[in-house]
Design a protein around this ligand. Structure first.
Ligand SMILES: N[C@@H](CCC(=O)N[C@@H](CS)C(=O)NCC(=O)O)C(=O)O
Length: 210
């Protein structure tokens, strides 16, 4: 029997970035399975048996449990590796704030980002796509402004203490270039990219990465 490891299904420029960074930071043993995103392997029968949504990332836990949803993976990993200090302790007010921003990013920013980049999927009328995209851009601007306000002068969302919520937000800032014209968000992105572990994973997620 092989060593008990996490198995992360990934492709460049996808939300697999967040769980991969967290596993690196936590020292969790993991292997990766590359999915041919441009070849639409995520929509193939084999992959859809694992994730019926046909989306990346997908995480298989060491015991074989299958997980989808990047924010759920973040929540699971931070709790499995408490010594890595990737989130405040469960049940504390600090953890409530962490949960708030992680979920805010997952349900607002991430989904608006999908509407922006896959605007043709959000109406049965092909002529509506530009309008869907414009509305997504408007929503992203409003939502990033809220995150910017929350960050204020702090280094991270919860003051000077880094958490996985910062990483998740940074991933979304990284994907949406207009967000980087907001100095506070650009600062968060740059600050996290100064961390060698984060930078190394980030490089693997650029299109030419492997
Ligand atoms: N809610 C999901 C969204 C995942 C998602 O949409 N992933 C994109 C890549 S970032 C994807 O796989 N898209 C493939 C497709 O829809 O064709 C999550 O957070 O894991």
């Amino acid at each position: 029997m092989g060593l008990a490891m996490y198995k992360l299904y990934w492709a460049p420029n996808t939300g697999a970035f967040a769980p991969e960074v967290l596993m690196e930071l936590a020292g969790a043993p993991f292997e990766k399975v590359s999915i041919d995103y441009d070849g639409k392997e995520q929509h193939g029968e084999t992959y859809r048996r694992l994730n019926p949504m046909g989306q990346i990332p997908l995480l298989i836990l060491p015991d074989g449990t299958v997980m989808t949803e990047s924010a759920a993976m973040v929540l699971h990993l931070v709790d499995c590796f408490p010594d890595a200090g990737l989130a405040p302790a469960p049940g504390t007010p600090e953890r409530a704030v962490f949960d708030r921003w992680l979920v805010f990013a997952a349900v607002n920013l991430y989904t608006a980002d999908l509407r922006y980049y896959y605007c043709d999927r959000y109406s049965t009328d092909p002529a509506a796509a530009p309008g869907v995209k414009a509305a997504a851009a408007r929503d992203l601007d409003r939502q990033f402004a809220i995150v910017e306000e929350a960050l204020g002068d702090s280094t991270f969302l919860q003051g000077e203490r880094f958490s996985a919520a910062d990483l998740y937000v940074m991933m979304l800032v990284d994907w949406y270039r207009p967000a980087q014209s907001r100095p506070v968000l650009a600062r968060l992105r740059e600050r996290l990219l100064e961390e060698p572990v984060i930078r190394a994973v980030w490089q693997r997620y650029q299109k030419s990465g492997s």
